[in-house]
Design a protein around this ligand. Structure first.
Ligand code: DGL
Length: 245
């Protein structure tokens, strides 16, 4: 009899989604995980929503074909462009997506100012607008697109001057909570926190998203870990060696 193996499919434009993958992998050693880095198309951030939606459709279909019963869009930009569409396209699949973590930030702030670092496409999309409308209340949200941080993480570089360029204007605006609105930024969390200073709470969404995956997904498998890239496979192997435990 044909045995159909289901996996938890996790994807991002590149390595950013590994921040979510790591938490899921640590907490669910028996789950079967399939990580897809769409590095032929990284970065998603500067692309229009329609273009990202079309790319994400192909990536999602691929994961469903590979046996994903849960698909984790470990990418704010992909979720902004296509989460609802993919839910309609694959009604039998559980989707977990990412929206900027405005809610915990507004609960944390005492200055009434919250910063969001994200991609332009995330900040321009209707999902972001809905999240702000639902949770911001009286809190001012100060945003800053930071595509250069995505490039830096993909390249495996850390340039503190680039981190400062992205973060200092938000600090100058008086924020005391900073939302990492792009999964790539989790790999720069300590550099970002160092620039932001001790009075700013930096919110990395990866643990909360992983917790949601653990609630909805089938965690009983053989503990397989598969990785795939649409880009350069050798370079991806080196990135994995550097970025995951
Ligand atoms: N890691 C992604 C996000 O959360 C996308 C970065 C990009 O490809 O621009 O938005």
């Amino acid at each position: 009899m044909l045995e159909y193996i289901t996996v938890i499919g996790i994807f991002d434009s590149g390595v950013g989604g590994l921040t979510v993958w790591q938490h899921v992998s640590d907490a669910a050693p028996q789950a079967d995980l399939w990580y897809l880095a769409d590095q032929a198309n990284v970065p998603y951030g500067p692309r229009p929503l329609d273009e990202v939606r079309s790319i994400v459709t192909g990536v999602t279909d691929r994961l469903v074909l590979m046996g994903a019963s849960t698909v984790v869009m470990a990418c704010h930009t992909a979720s902004a462009a296509a989460l609802e569409e993919m839910r309609s396209r694959h009604p039998g699949i559980d989707f977990v997506g990412l929206e900027p973590a405005i809610k915990p930030a507004t609960e944390w702030t005492t200055t009434g100012r919250v910063g969001v670092l994200a991609t332009s496409t995330t900040l321009d999309g209707p999902l972001y607008a809905r999240v702000v409308e639902r949770y911001a209340g009286d809190v001012d949200i100060v945003t800053r697109p930071a595509p250069e941080l995505v490039t830096m993480v993909e390249a495996g570089e850390t340039d503190n001057a680039v981190v400062e360029d992205a973060v200092v204007p938000l600090i100058d605006a008086g924020i005391d909570a900073l939302v990492l609105g792009c999964t790539h930024f989790g790999f720069l969390a300590s550099e970002i926190a160092a620039v932001a200073g001790p009075s700013v709470h930096v919110i990395d969404p990866a643990p909360a998203v992983a917790a949601q995956v653990l609630r909805v997904a089938d965690l009983n498998g053989s503990g397989t870990r598969n990785f795939e890239t649409t880009g350069d496979e050798i370079a991806f192997v080196h990135q994995l060696e550097r970025l995951i435990r």
